[in-house]
Design a protein around this ligand. Structure first.
Ligand code: CMC
Length: 439
């Protein structure tokens, strides 16, 4: 199959690549060298930046699969460690592989004591996403950059294992409690909960309900193909930057409110609606108003144009978890009402705007006892195996090149440069101050 392009009367043929699920892409690798033109696609809504074997999404049908496995089945039966292994190494682990992998993740959980000292100097108000990004970048100062596969795999394990310790320490720092060290007898998720919530004076017993919910949340966030933060990780990695630096950049990209930062904004929005008398219609109207910058946070998605399967799973999980823990969170009811009102509105239906993964996740994080500014950190921890898998895949791809998009320049045409005459004197004989513009 070929695609034909007619430009200025000349006809060009380009190869077409068809994916496993019959997705069609026109291979424009040689577009510029053959035609002199580039493709212009702000926001990359139509641009495939790579081929990948990790995650498949069909946004029209609400399908998400990790390495071919449906998200619903993975979420139902897997542990987060298995999902990490699956995404990163391409196949489900054998029992022996899983045991060894878990053991490695446990034994690399400690962070260097010097790294621990870094936490002390951040202001107490520092956002934990900023701390996570800085700390992950700092890991490259402690562990050798290597392209040798065994060393790369070891750094992958170090990153997965230490990120949860860093995240838990940043939480403890933000609430002024002493750090709690990881324990070798606990699973990945149990260990994380222990480091988050244990206090030295009391024994901490991990609640199986909370552990199950955390496992589910991490799995549902584990990968989502070429989203903003993952594309960032690939772009940074394409310059051959090391794993820690590339993932740190991904964490920064995730922080934005249109991406992972939306989970924090959803709860803030629901609280605002609660405090404002629960006038759902007012907020739905505000989100439709083109003169207002307000959007319904946790609604809409670049790829999902039907429903986000992760949101469906999380809505059910929020109901179950709150019931099991005996928590009555009015924000869950507010979220459901808001969803109902929005989904009856022509504006949302026409634009195919449905709740996304961030709409209900915050309700579960709240029930776990996490403050809102930790929510995006939780997303980042979940997304870690995806970033790592995508970084690894791109590093191993013989066709990969440095990411370097083009642009169409719309600025001034060529004009002569006229230097300022700084020798001109004011009437008092003092050199004239150049005017400060735009300050
Ligand atoms: N509330 C109101 N209007 C919206 C919303 C929303 N949440 N989302 C999109 N629209 C409108 C938008 O104004 C535009 O309208 P029009 O066609 O009249 O100009 C139309 O829908 C298409 O929106 P878009 O901004 O072109 O869509 P996009 O694909 O560029 O953006 C998005 C996707 C997720 C950034 C956007 O839907 C949004 O801002 N949602 C709120 C933030 C959010 O929940 N982000 C989390 C995304 S899921 C987790 C993850 O990051 O992976």
């Amino acid at each position: 199959m070929d695609a034909k392009l007619i430009l200025n009367g000349s006809e060009y043929e380009f190869p077409v690549i068809v994916g496993t699920e019959n997705e069609v892409g026109i291979d424009f690798t040689k577009l510029r060298s053959r035609t002199g033109a580039i493709g212009l696609d702000p926001g990359f809504g139509n641009t495939g930046s790579c081929t990948s074997s990790i995650t498949f999404i069909d946004g029209e049908k609400g399908i998400l699969r990790y390495r071919g496995y449906p998200i619903e089945e993975v979420a139902e039966s897997a542990s987060f460690e298995e999902v990490c292994f699956l995404l990163i190494f391409g196949h489900l682990p054998t029992p022996k592989e899983l045991f060894a992998f878990r053991d490695q993740l446990t034994h690399h959980s400690m962070i260097h004591e010097s790294l621990k000292n870094f936490f002390e100097d951040f202001p107490p108000t520092a956002h934990p996403m900023m701390i996570l990004s800085a700390m992950v970048a700092s890991l490259s100062a402690f562990y050798p950059r290597s392209v040798e596969p065994r060393e790369v795999d070891l750094n992958i394990v170090r990153l997965l294992a230490k990120a949860k310790t860093i995240a838990a320490f940043s939480f403890k720092r933000s609430i002024g409690q002493p750090f709690v060290y990881p324990r070798n007898d606990l699973s990945y998720t149990e260990n994380f909960l222990h480091m988050l919530f244990a206090v030295p004076a009391e024994p901490y017993i991990v609640s199986p309900v909370v552990d199950r919910a955390l496992n589910l949340l991490l799995i549902l966030h584990a990968d989502h193909e070429q989203n903003c933060s993952t594309a960032t990780v690939r772009v940074v990695g394409s310059s051959q930057a090391n794993l820690f630096a590339s993932v740190s950049a991904g964490i920064s990209a995730l922080w934005g409110p249109l991406h992972g930062g939306a989970n924090q904004r959803v709860i803030e929005m629901l609280e605002q609606i609660r405090d404002d008398g629960m006038d759902y219609r007012k907020y739905v109207n505000l989100a439709k108003d083109k003169d207002s910058s307000f959007r319904l946070m946790g609604f809409g998605h670049r790829v999902y144009k039907n429903f986000d399967p992760r949101a469906t799973i999380l809505k059910k999980a929020a109901d179950e978890m709150l019931a099991e823990l005996g928590i009555d969170d009015p924000l869950l009811e507010i979220a459901k009402h808001l969803e109902e009102v929005a989904l009856e509105d022509e504006y949302f239906l026409e634009r195919k705007l449905y709740p996304n993964v961030d709409f209900y996740s915050g309700i579960l994080y709240r029930a776990m006892g996490l403050p809102t500014d930790m929510f995006t950190v939780m997303f980042a921890l979940g997304r870690l195996p995806g970033w790592i898998a995508q970084w690894k895949e791109s590093r191993e791809d013989p066709a990969a090149r440095i990411s370097r998009p083009r642009q169409i320049y719309l600025g001034e045409a060529l004009r002569p440069f006229e230097p300022l005459d700084l020798r001109a004197k004011s009437p008092e004989g003092v050199p004239t101050e150049p005017e400060l513009v735009g300050v």
